[in-house]
Design a protein around this ligand. Structure first.
Ligand SMILES: [Cu+2]
Length: 70
């Protein structure tokens, strides 16, 4: 069952940054419906499995942004 997740994402300063975060999340199997809010410093998406939240935090962090669970 999919659940809706929101992460806080710090460090995004422009559309390039939010695009990178968007693509990073979309590339993770089991994550869908990704929406990144640049001004709100948030990313929302659905996960097939709650353990994917930790994967999402790690991948966004590896991409150079500061992600944390909301
Ligand atoms: Cu940027």
């Amino acid at each position: 069952m999919a659940s809706q997740i929101t992460l806080n994402v710090d460090g995004m300063s422009c559309g390039h940054c939010s695009g990178t975060v968007q693509r990073t999340l979309e590339e993770i199997n089991g994550i869908s419906g990704v929406s990144v809010d640049l001004k709100g410093k948030k990313a929302t998406f659905q996960v097939d499995n709650e353990s994917l939240v930790d994967t999402a935090v790690k991948e966004v962090t590896d991409a150079g942004y500061k992600a944390s669970k909301n």
